[in-house]
Design a protein. Structure first.
Length: 395
């Protein structure tokens, strides 16, 4: 029996690229996958368009020659190119992995209209149905694009509710984020990681130093400002604590606010900001492995790839209690939660884990095991395959 043919459209860098890499690895066993990705994703790429997969984690699974690099968000010719490729491939189903990017909604909408006319079913995964920072007209703009899909997949109950509240009536499935255990290559242990970070940041990290890490893109909704404000409460009880925030700041709404807050609180030697994208995977692993606790003080997010990466690195996680998915993980004993926008709550949870070393280790080990079993990519791929199969039976 021939495998189902899926035209799979996705970014292949950043968080969604990592997510797609894991899903494609398992879907390849079930279906015939043709990959389309993006020449250009955002305005920052206009001077140096992205034309080739270079992410080492993605390249473990996807040959750089394999994807068709077609889509440019600001070039309508690329829509024509994709339609031609679709006619050539003749897929049983098209699958579009969508982020909340305003620049791509026109492309999604117009391409889906073409698929509707050709009677080719199309499914979207919406990592965030709507932007975290809503602008006027966003709800209508995104909803108008989504209504041409035959099936939507979201990662949380709240995302499904948001779509229903906006008037979406087509079928919606909830498939949670999968684990990122594959990112943990065990390149460095705790001691080696600290030596690597110490050298990279030119900072003193002794055997008695406790390291608190924030890792990932820095945006307002990630709540880094509240971790900075939590630091004095932690340092009052545990002076030998070092805070590190590492991640790209290029899209931050007010990038200077973080260093200003560090200076205002006299934390220059205790809170280090490394505002760059960490491309090297050994360095990324070192940041995680050097940490005693990883903290995500989010103010507007219900799931997080960075959180799954931390758990995959066997690090204990504190994250804001936002949404049913985070609450479920807390009940499973996978994470600790803090109150959103509450520095004292963040500090209390950090101090608790620093004080209880055995519980800290047990939390990390338990989280790793639970995610390996309950958020397994093989299971997730089968769920997607069933969605695609049902769509082709209806078309």
């Amino acid at each position: 029996m021939n495998k189902m043919k899926i035209l799979y459209i996705t970014p292949l860098r950043g968080g969604i690229g990592h997510w797609s890499r894991c899903l494609i690895e398992e879907l390849d066993k079930l279906a015939d996958i043709t990959i389309v990705t993006f020449k250009r994703k955002r305005k920052e790429d206009d001077t140096k368009p992205f034309t080739r997969v270079t992410d080492d984690f993605v390249l473990e699974v996807i040959n750089p020659e394999r994807p068709h690099h077609i889509i440019e968000y600001n070039n309508k010719k690329s829509l024509e190119d994709l339609v031609r490729l679709t006619d050539e491939i003749k897929p049983d189903c098209v699958y579009f992995v969508m982020w909340a990017g305003r620049q791509i909604t026109w492309f999604l909408k117009e391409y889906s209209k073409v698929l509707n006319k050709k009677n080719i079913p199309v499914a979207y995964t919406l990592h965030d149905p709507y932007p975290q920072i809503i602008q006027e007209g966003d709800i209508q703009r995104f909803t108008d694009a989504y209504k041409y899909a035959n099936h939507l997949v979201v990662l949380t109950d709240e995302a499904s509710s948001d779509l229903r509240g906006a008037g979406i009536t087509i079928p919606i499935s909830i498939v949670p984020h999968g684990h990122y255990h594959a990112m943990n290559k065990n390149r460095v242990d705790y001691r080696e990681a600290r030596a690597t970070v110490r050298k990279h940041l030119s900072v003193q990290i002794s055997d008695t130093t406790r390291v608190i890490l924030f890792f990932g893109f820095i945006r307002n909704y990630k709540g880094l400002i509240y971790l900075i404000r939590a630091a004095p409460y932690v340092l009052e009880k545990t002076p030998e604590t070092l805070f590190i925030a590492a991640g790209s700041i290029e899209l931050a709404e007010n990038p200077s606010q973080y260093q200003k807050e560090i200076q205002r609180l006299d934390l220059e030697n205790k809170f280090l900001l490394f505002p760059e994208f960490v491309k090297d995977y050994t360095m990324m692993e070192a940041f995680y492995k050097a940490a005693d606790v990883v903290v995500y003080p989010y103010v507007g997010i219900s799931q997080s790839g960075a959180m799954f990466t931390a758990i995959g690195m066997k690090r204990p996680v504190i994250i804001s209690e936002l949404g049913s998915f985070i609450k479920k993980l807390e009940k499973q004993g996978v994470i600790l939660t803090s109150k959103p926008k509450d520095p004292k709550s963040v500090a209390e949870k950090i101090l608790y884990l620093l004080k209880h070393e055995e519980e800290r280790k047990e939390l990390a080990e338990r989280a790793y095991r639970i995610l390996e079993n309950d958020y397994n990519w093989e299971i997730i791929a089968r769920e997607y395959h069933n969605i695609f199969k049902n769509l082709t039976m209806k078309s």
